[in-house]
Design a protein around this ligand. Structure first.
Ligand code: 5GP
Ligand code: MG
Length: 171
């Protein structure tokens, strides 16, 4: 397996701080819940909310993942449900990466079904060319080509999440 840097630590820090300001401009004055999609988005979500100065509640959802494969099965199950009451609130889904769009579409529909007044998505990475279902996140850190990436929370078979930058994993 070869690992090459795609997005540096400095680029991540700069862009995540910018995203926090964009999000605050939209949500100022609302009751906001940042919903971190475990496990991949944990570092992104932590950095994002730490760059925000408005009040923001934190919640977590976990859905079934790729397992040990590089490609999505397309079947999404909720492994951990959010705890907070979302009725009438603004919810920002904080996702690590959007690929086929299948996972985020399910999470989005599920959060709407819990009565959130406004549901938006912040994705650290987006692979728009890999979509199997249409989905456009409101906030995107970086758009990348379809390739398998690791680091900054993203894993391959639970490895590499703690690499502080984004790398491309190729065989
Ligand atoms: P989708 O349902 O959009 O195909 O896939 C979304 C999920 O698959 C992401 O939340 C992430 O967990 C995983 N995923 C998609 N692309 C990659 C990638 O390039 N690297 C890693 N590590 N995970 C990915
Ligand atoms: Mg994920």
């Amino acid at each position: 397996m070869a690992q090459t840097t795609l997005i540096s630590r400095e680029q991540i820090d700069g862009r995540v701080a910018e995203m926090a300001r964009e999000i605050e401009a939209e949500f100022a004055g609302t009751e906001l819940i940042a919903l971190c999609v475990l496990k991949g988005a944990m570092f992104f979500c932590a950095d994002l909310v730490r760059n925000m100065t408005m009040d923001v509640a934190l919640d977590f959802i976990q859905i079934s993942s790729y397992g040990n494969q590089k490609y999505s099965s397309g079947v999404v199950t909720i492994l951990k449900e959010p705890q907070l009451d979302m009725r009438g609130k603004s919810v920002l889904i904080v996702e690590d990466i959007i690929d086929s769009g299948l996972s985020i579409r399910e999470v989005h529909n599920y959060i709407e079904s819990r009565g959130a007044a406004k549901v938006k998505t912040a994705a650290f990475l987006d692979k728009p060319k890999a979509r199997k279902v249409p989905f456009t996140p409101e906030y995107v850190g970086f758009s990348i080509d379809p390739q398998f990436v690791i680091g900054y929370g993203l894993d391959f078979a639970e490895k590499y999440r703690n690499i502080p930058e984004v790398q491309v994993l190729s065989d």
